[in-house]
Structure formats: C-alpha cells, structure tokens
Design a protein around this ligand. Structure first.
Ligand SMILES: [Zn+2]
Length: 381
C-alpha cells in the first residue's frame, strides 16, 4: 500500500497500530443497498433517481480499498461488493474491516447510541482493540431536560450527571457548532439568565437545545468537570451533515472561547475542520492547549485527502495532530480513515525526507506522534 521507496523506519512507524481518537459505532445488522447508500457521505438522503452515492470519492474508495478485505478484486461493481457483504454477514464484515485497519484503541463518541450501532465495548471486541468512551454533552443535556421538573433541578442534575458520566470517560465532546454556531459569546452566562432560559426550556424539553445561553451554560459546566478530571474537550468543527451551517463552523470563530480556556489548561481538540483545516492548524500553532484532527475529511475526500494532510503539516505543530476515522455506521469508514491517513502521511513525509528537509528518523517520529503518541498523551491512555 505504501510507496516502495519510503525509508523502512518511516514505513514501520506508519504501519504501527493507530489510536482512533474519534469514532462512532458501526451498524451491527445486514444492510440493504438503500441503507448502505444512506451511510455513504453525510447527506443522509438517497441519491437522485438514476444516480448512486457510490459515485463519490468515498464510494470509489470503498470499491478500491475495502473490496480486497472482503476477498474481492479492487474496483468491483457496487452490486458485487454489496452482494459479498451480505454473504459474509455484518459481524464478519465488521471484524475484518475494523481489524484490518490496524487500530489498537477506539475512543467512541456514544452520543449517537442506538440499538443497531455497536457500543464502545463492542467496537473494541470486534476490532480486537481497546475501547473508551467520549461523552457528548448535548446528549446529557437532552436527557436531563426531559426528566427535570424545575430550573434549579435542571442545573443541579446537569452538573451531577456530567460528573458521573465523565468519571467513566476519557474525554468530553460538544456539538455546539450544530446548535448555535461557533461564533458564540465566550463568557460564562449569569445564573439568573440560565434559570430564566431553563424555565423556557422545561416548557418544551423534547425540542433539541438551540438556546445559546443554555448551550454556553452546558459548555462551561463541562469545562468545570474537564478541569477537575483533566479531560480534553472535543469540538465538532467544519464539515458535517446537512444539519450544519458550515459558515458558522469555522474554528477560528471560537478563538475567544479558546483564549478563555488557556489558563485552565484543558486540551481543546478540533475535530474534522475541513475546509477550515488551515485555520485549525493556525489555532494549534498559537495556543498551547489546541489540538487538531482531519478525520472524516480524509475518508470523504479519499483520493484528494493527501493534499489536505499536507496542508495541515504546513503549520500545525507535529505534537498537536491526531488521527481519527470518525467512522459512523459503516466499518468501511474506519478502514478507509486508516488507509488514507497512512497514504497521505507517507506521501507528505516521504517528500520531506527525499528533499533532505527531514531525516528519516524525524519523519518516523512525526508518524508515530500523529498516529498514536499524541492521543495517548492528550487522553492519558
Ligand atoms: Zn463524529
């Protein structure tokens, strides 16, 4: 898979086990073609009549790189691929694709937990890897809003539940980018404003939370917990599904909040980032507690992903970059995240070694840091 002229030390470092610091469960059931296609890409809608989601960078990548893991030739037709998937069954397909990705630890965002998705522990078992949980704070808020009777209960329970869930997790995650955008007021809201907003919230608790006051309260409560337990907080930034207003997902818009967190020493992990990965690289370069990841992006840009990794390496310190697959629903996502991380890094590092810019030992060290070392340090694995 890797270029033949890559120095052995770099090759070995790139093929070493990875820590996937952001992923979701994959589907445990056998999928119809329509179900499978809905999980290719982030649109979550069927392709227009007469077209297929296989005609995307990710669709082509599945046929190229995942087909051989299912004993097929590269580039087989979608129907052949899906037929083989049915024949093997979801359990075997998941085991093959997860194990072949060479991931040794999964950090699973359990905020999308559903009966048809593998749990964090099951991801570990199927993948022959360790597994830990990342707690999505907006999911906790939703549970509390649906059970609290009055505003004070809501505030107390929110804090208690975050503490309890964080005790079993290795990090927290916020999707505030989806709910009110990253250009939120970075200050902690007053108790009075939170009580007033909570009263409004409790009158219709099933609605998904979009009130910026309560979202900021939730985030600052999570910051308190993260500080006490020395946990990183992940943020969705950049690329996502159609629910997201991309223009409000540029991580540079949360610079004020990042600045406010600096004295607290809480690691801020910017997920996905594309097409703002250069802004993210800048933030990682100027703030000591900011980390950056282009997971999801690598899978979805597939054949174009090497350029994006190279752009990240332009500026982001090497001790700030993390690998993730951000797989969701399809184990193919995990496999492809690992493939494109290794291919992209091989190209970028190989060119630096070849031009004499870096030594092979430097390149190997950077590959190791981004692949697993940085995640082990940040999440204290
Ligand atoms: Zn994700």
């Amino acid at each position: 898979m890797l270029p033949v002229d890559l120095p052995d030390a770099v090759r070995d470092a790139l093929l070493a086990p990875l820590v996937d610091h952001h992923c979701h469960g994959v589907r445990r059931d056998d999928l119809s073609r329509a179900q499978f296609e809905l999980l290719i890409g982030e649109s979550r809608t069927p392709a227009p009549p007469g077209t297929t989601h296989f005609d995307t960078p990710l669709g082509a990548a599945i046929r190229r790189w995942c087909a051989p893991v299912l004993d097929l030739e590269p580039h087989v037709a979608p129907a052949v691929y899906l037929g083989r998937r049915q024949e093997l069954g979801a359990g075997e397909v998941n085991r093959r694709l997860l194990q072949d990705s060479g991931v040794v630890a999964f950090l699973v965002d359990t905020g999308l937990e559903a009966p048809d998705l593998l749990s964090a522990a099951e991801m570990g078992r199927h993948g022959g890897a360790a597994a830990d949980e990342i707690v999505r704070i907006e999911q906790i808020e939703q549970d509390i809003a649906e059970s609290a009777a009055v505003a004070v209960d809501y505030m107390d329970s929110l804090g208690e539940e975050l503490v309890a869930r964080a005790a079993r997790a290795v990090g927290l995650k916020s999707i505030i980018a989806y709910r009110c955008g990253l250009d939120f007021d970075p200050s902690r809201p007053s108790r009075g404003s939170v009580i007033a907003a909570a009263n409004r919230r409790l009158s219709d608790p099933r609605e998904r939370l979009v009130d910026p006051i309560l979202l900021r309260h939730l985030l600052w409560t999570a910051v308190d917990v993260a500080r006490d337990r020395a946990l990183p907080i992940q943020f969705h930034t950049g690329y996502g599904d159609a629910d997201l207003d991309l223009s409000r997902a540029d991580p540079a818009q949360m610079t004020g909040f990042i600045r406010a967190l600096q004295p607290l020493g809480i690691p801020v992990v910017l997920l996905h980032c594309y097409p703002f990965h250069r802004q993210a690289a800048y933030l990682a370069s100027v703030f000591p507690h900011v980390y950056v990841d282009v997971g999801l992006t690598l899978t979805h840009t597939a054949a174009g992903s090497a350029r994006i990794l190279d752009e990240l390496l332009e500026l982001a310190p090497f001790h700030k970059q993390l690998f993730s697959s951000d797989c969701y629903g399809l184990a193919e996502g995990c496999h492809l995240g690992a493939v494109y991380f290794r291919l992209g890094m091989a190209g970028a590092l190989g060119r630096r070694v070849e031009s004499g810019e870096w030594s092979a030992a430097d390149a190997a060290r950077v590959a190791h840091m981004a692949g697993s070392g940085n995640a082990r340090r940040v999440y204290r694995l």
